[in-house]
Ligand binder design. Sequence first.
Ligand SMILES: C[S@@+](CC[C@H](N)C(=O)[O-])C[C@H]1O[C@@H](n2cnc3c(N)ncnc32)[C@H](O)[C@@H]1O
Length: 394
Amino acid sequence: MTSSLPTLELPPFLKKSLVEGHPWVYRDHVPKNFRAPSGTWVQARAGNWTGYALWDATSPLALRIFSQRQPPDERWVAARVASAWALREPIRQQQQTSAYRWIFGEGDHLPGLTVDLYGAYAVLATYSESLESIVPWVVAAMRDTAPLQGIVRRRRGERDEETGKIEALWGELPPRDLIVEEHGLRFRANLYEGQKTGLFLDHRENRYYLQHLTEGKRVLNLFSYSGAFSLYAARGGASQVTSVDIAPGAAADARANFALNGLDPDEHKFVVADVFDYLERLRIEKRRFDIVICDPPSFARNKEQLPQALKAYARVNAMGMRVTEPGGLYAAASCTTQVSPDAFRDVLADAARQAGRRFQIIHDVGHPLDHPIMAQHLEGRYLKFVLGRVESIW
Ligand SMILES: C[S@@+](CC[C@H](N)C(=O)[O-])C[C@H]1O[C@@H](n2cnc3c(N)ncnc32)[C@H](O)[C@@H]1O
């Protein structure tokens, strides 16, 4: 197909990965003299391969490839939005869930853009200024696809006095006390000020899996945020759940979520503390739990931080395993892209060694249905969740 778009010749060695569908081209690999405003559609060529991409004038990722067939237009984008919607049909039909990720960037063929759905409200986020070129198309497509009341976006700059971390794109702003459902549990989602876009939607299936193991158990939820894992544990019949997070407001949010589900927060513990300090205290006091969940924030933003991150993961998981009753269960999560699933299992083996335990893995998963990753783009894979039994050494 011929096009009137600016054309960029890329090094021929990129052809193989581009043919396979890898959606990124770094600045080192685009012609040095090419100039255009961010958000310009360009035609890229590598050997006899042609693709259509959005140009970013400043970030290290110079091109995000959208199509190998045509310069994307409103209809092309609408088809991707509809395809992403169709993939999530089982969540809507079978899971009593109204909050999930609708569009996961590269995994849904819309590189650099995510959309999370919270009931009738969608929260869009872009990871490059070039994406501004398609935001109006995405908004129009979402309105045509789902019965929405409002679409907001995460601000890329400073938070706003009135609307916090979001701004309106279309329709009404979400209520401050928006309630959504996840596997039939109710959560308050604070889209204005919450971490991520409001809730950590990616662990939905992991929480549900764990729920079925918690009956009669003493559960410790480390890095608990608004208590999502804790709520599932309590619904599963845990005798007591202790939730630990350092963020101001997290404990109050977790208590409110317990009450929202008819669970008495006073029967459980909500601790505001640094997890490392708290675990040390538990160790000194010789307190143990039957199930420990450890879902820390990302410890590495880039490759350079990886060695430190691996050490931090090993340390926190060793401390967590030490307070797990031998024979009890330990769930470790990592949301750091830099740490591969193999590297994470190695970290857990190291943690078990440090703790003087064995770790018997019984469940080891990655991404859920609403966070798809393309086989050609494993850079999109960030989530790991490993559950195992902590054993004494015999
Ligand atoms: C990945 S989120 C946890 C999400 C949670 N598991 C859920 O399902 O909603 C990480 C959490 O760790 C908390 N955090 C970060 N550093 C911490 C620390 N040193 N001690 C305690 N909490 C910490 C953050 O406030 C955040 O809520």
